[in-house]
Design a protein around this ligand. Structure first.
Ligand code: MN
Length: 288
């Protein structure tokens, strides 16, 4: 059975632009090796926004060397990037953006959400790319809720939406560069859920809302991240309250990480190159 390695609690909140009040759940600046291939995760909301005359959010900024995965729970997000990617995603939808060699993008509340306001909640996850893929061409996967298969857990214990990876015979739609599972899970109180995951891979559970217990001992509550040991393949979750959680599981990359703001590479030289390339306009521009 997989044992708990540690729990990370996050209390600090900050704003990304004027549209995203986020809690930083983890970052490679604190826990890099333990979370690889995942670099960073922010939880925006839950929050309520009034109707606004313009779209709140964050304007043009670059990324290089990784992927950003945006999962919307409530509200709507619109995105455009310099590689021609773009779209609006709503509750249950996922945007899987491969920055790779570099792009410039903007992230705003959707026009419809700005008009009405209301409840807003999303997660943005940064997924690292292996060194040999960091300078590959950018890409964009807009994944709608109806494309994400749901797997009912045994004995009415809830369900898993398979965004990436595989549970039993069910495969998620996201194309990834390295093996990983990203599952949006809803678990029912007073059930035990047992999952089989690849031995040696990183495994972490982020509780968006609810309460679980791991190995029948360690409580994990709202806004907490539980990072598991890599050994063992069986993950046992005892669900104490109805719980919404995100399961992250993936093969660690075991490569050096050097990051600077929106760039995450393997060496300092590559960071300097990224800054130079961005400053000389080589990341392109967002079309009109
Ligand atoms: Mn961004």
């Amino acid at each position: 059975m997989k044992e708990l390695a540690f729990i990370k609690r996050s209390n600090e909140r900050h704003w990304v632009g004027d549209g995203f009040p986020v809690r930083s759940i983890f970052s490679y600046q604190d826990i890099a090796e333990e979370m690889s291939p995942f670099l960073l995760m922010d939880h925006a909301g839950p929050a309520n926004f009034p109707a606004t005359s313009h779209q709140l959010g964050v304007g043009q900024h670059p990324h290089r060397g990784f992927e950003t995965v945006t999962i919307v729970y409530e509200g709507g997000v619109s995105h455009r990037d310099s590689s021609g990617g773009g779209g609006t995603i709503g509750p249950g939808d996922v945007q899987w953006m491969t920055a790779a060699s570099g792009l410039i993008h903007e992230e705003y509340h959707s026009p419809a959400f700005a008009r009405t306001g209301g409840a807003f909640e999303m997660v943005q996850l940064w997924v690292n790319l292996p060194a040999k893929e960091k300078m590959t061409a950018p890409g964009y996967q807009g994944i709608t809720a109806d494309e994400i298969p749901r797997v009912a857990l045994p004995e009415g214990a809830g369900e898993a939406r398979i965004i990436a990876g595989q549970l039993g015979d069910t495969r998620g739609p996201a194309r990834t560069f390295t093996p990983m599972n990203v599952w949006d899970m809803r678990l029912k109180a007073h059930h035990r859920v047992t999952l089989e995951l690849p031995e040696g891979h990183t495994t972490a559970l982020f509780v968006l809302k609810g309460a679980i217990r791991l190995g029948n001992r360690h409580p994990v509550r709202t806004a907490e991240l539980a990072v598991m040991e890599r050994r063992g393949s069986q993950l046992v979750i005892d669900v104490e309250e109805d719980t919404k959680l995100l399961l992250l599981n993936g093969a660690p990359l075991d490569e050096p990480i050097v990051g600077h703001g929106p760039f995450v590479m393997n060496t300092q030289e590559e960071i300097v190159q990224a800054i130079n390339d961005y400053n000389s306009g080589r990341f392109g521009q967002i079309g009109r």
